[in-house]
Ligand binder design. Structure first.
Ligand SMILES: [Mg+2]
Length: 477
């Protein structure tokens, strides 16, 4: 019996290999705008933007900078061991959207059903093999890292954990988490990062993302535009002057800085306050949001009252799925666009022949397992077990945590949130240049589980007819 199983396995594998070049020609353009929900640009009159990682894109130097400053704050202000200074930022260690168990100091990737992806539980810089860690936290504090700025934070946490474990130092993970968080916050709040970026803007801001062309296009089509950012005016002004030009404010009807999102969307109490070009705060009550002025803080309820920009004629872009987009979708009815810079790199990998082959084979293998599990003798079961282990191969997106969007077999927690809170998503705002402003985005109709009940590639295979030709997943798609 096991011989038969292996011969079906080999035959399926051979057919998968034959098909790979055919499927590979069908690649995805990384500049596509993807729709979770049908939306027409024809209906959009007002475009809103977040600033960091939405209009301004940063080079990897910024993460190194944040890591280094926060590491040094831990040593000088929190009296952490001098030996930590040996740790450098590791650019591709973490991915966005990971969860962290604060009590156990474990970093991990969680899927849409709150299960942890096997092999992605890390303590320090290495996988944590000893702990079996089933379905998420058992009364522990779980923190999810959703911000692109949190990549250096996760890496620093992992490095400090690594240092303490390596030196057998007895430490409290909860304190470590809080100290790292505070050190990272200080890098922002105390203005260290802002000053460093302003001093060497060409090193930190990537100019190539064409934000300027997008804003110009919208303005030429008579669209209203506004900016709501948590960053301070000086920093935004310096960056926007670099990206768009000194007259960038002419393009925007309303500019709000230090907005304190997500509380901006929820807290009705905070009034808007006018800031002068020199950064001085004025005390007058705000009755209008005027073009050419800069406002600080405020709240969305007041914003809606003063502008009248309500409902589905407003589209807001941001990179933070929770603090930029969630409340807008759930409570305020604006349309939302998520900027996911990681998409570009993942799509490029998805377009490789190696990836196409891996996925086609994974689908075929899964079908094989589903069908052949009925052979309950121990020899056959051992073969099936071996196939199941093969399904969990290492990921080609990121060596530690894999893709931002998927665990081995499910969407990630991040993916699920993304599809709930964003009408459309794209790698960068420049993708808008590929569409005219009448374009309607349609989500593709993907089958629900009951609409596609079988693994089609194995539907004709049986032990008695193992050589019969069978279709692959890709063909049936
Ligand atoms: Mg942002």
């Amino acid at each position: 019996m096991t011989e038969r199983l292996w011969s079906i396995y080999n035959e399926t594998k051979r057919q998968t290999e034959d098909l790979t070049p055919v499927i590979s020609t069908n690649s995805v353009n990384p500049d596509t705008i993807f729709a979770n929900n049908e939306m027409s640009l024809r209906d959009i009159e007002i475009y809103g933007f977040d600033y960091d990682y939405t209009l301004a894109f940063y080079s990897s130097h910024l993460h190194t900078l944040i890591f280094n400053i926060a590491r040094d704050i831990l040593i000088s202000n929190h009296r952490y061991p001098e030996g930590l200074r040996k740790y450098e930022y590791i650019p591709n260690f973490a991915v966005r959207g990971l969860h962290y168990d604060v009590q156990k100091a474990l970093l991990m990737k969680i899927d849409a059903f709150h299960y942890i992806q096997l092999g992605t539980v890390y303590r320090g810089l290495h996988p944590n093999m000893s702990d079996f860690y089933g379905k998420s936290s058992h009364g522990h504090t779980m923190k999810q890292f959703m911000d692109i700025f949190s990549l250096p934070e996760m890496t620093l946490l992992s490095c400090v954990n690594d240092f303490f474990m390596r030196h057998n130092i007895d430490y409290e993970p909860v304190h470590l988490y809080k100290d790292v968080k505070e050190a990272i916050r200080d890098v922002h709040v105390k203005g260290i990062m802002y000053r460093a970026v302003e001093a060497d803007i060409e090193k930190y801001i990537c100019y190539g993302e064409q934000s300027h062309a997008v804003l110009k296009k919208l303005s030429e089509h008579g669209k209203k535009m506004f900016l709501i950012t948590n960053s301070p005016f000086d920093f935004v002004d310096r960056g926007m002057s670099y990206i768009v030009g000194k007259d960038w404010r002419d393009l925007f009807d309303v500019v709000i800085v230090q907005a304190d999102k997500p509380s901006f969307f929820n807290d009705r109490r905070k009034p808007f306050r006018r800031v002068t070009d020199k950064g001085a705060l004025l005390w007058d009550r705000i009755h209008r949001l005027e073009k050419g002025q800069i406002y600080k803080q405020g709240n969305l309820y007041e914003f809606l009252r003063l502008t009248g920009w309500r409902g589905s004629k407003v589209l807001y872009f941001g990179d933070h799925i929770y603090s930029d987009l969630a409340d807008l979708t759930l409570k305020h009815g604006w349309r939302t666009g998520a900027i996911i810079p990681e998409l570009r790199k993942e799509i490029k990998i998805m377009n490789t022949e190696q990836y196409v082959h891996m996925m086609t084979w994974l689908q075929a293998l899964t079908g094989l397992i589903e069908q052949m599990q009925v052979h309950r003798d121990s020899a056959s079961q051992a073969v099936v077990e071996e196939w199941i282990r093969e399904r969990e191969t290492k990921d080609i997106f990121n060596a530690q945590f894999g893709s931002l969007f998927r665990t081995y077999h499910n969407p990630t927690y991040f993916s699920r949130r993304l599809s709930r809170f964003a009408d459309i998503y794209m790698a960068s705002i420049s993708c808008l240049l590929n569409y005219d402003l009448q374009h309607t985005f349609f989500p593709r109709r993907t089958p629900l589980q009951h609409e596609s009940p079988f693994w089609p590639e194995q539907s004709h295979v049986s032990l008695s007819a193992s050589s019969q030709p069978h279709r692959t997943k890709a063909e049936s798609d």
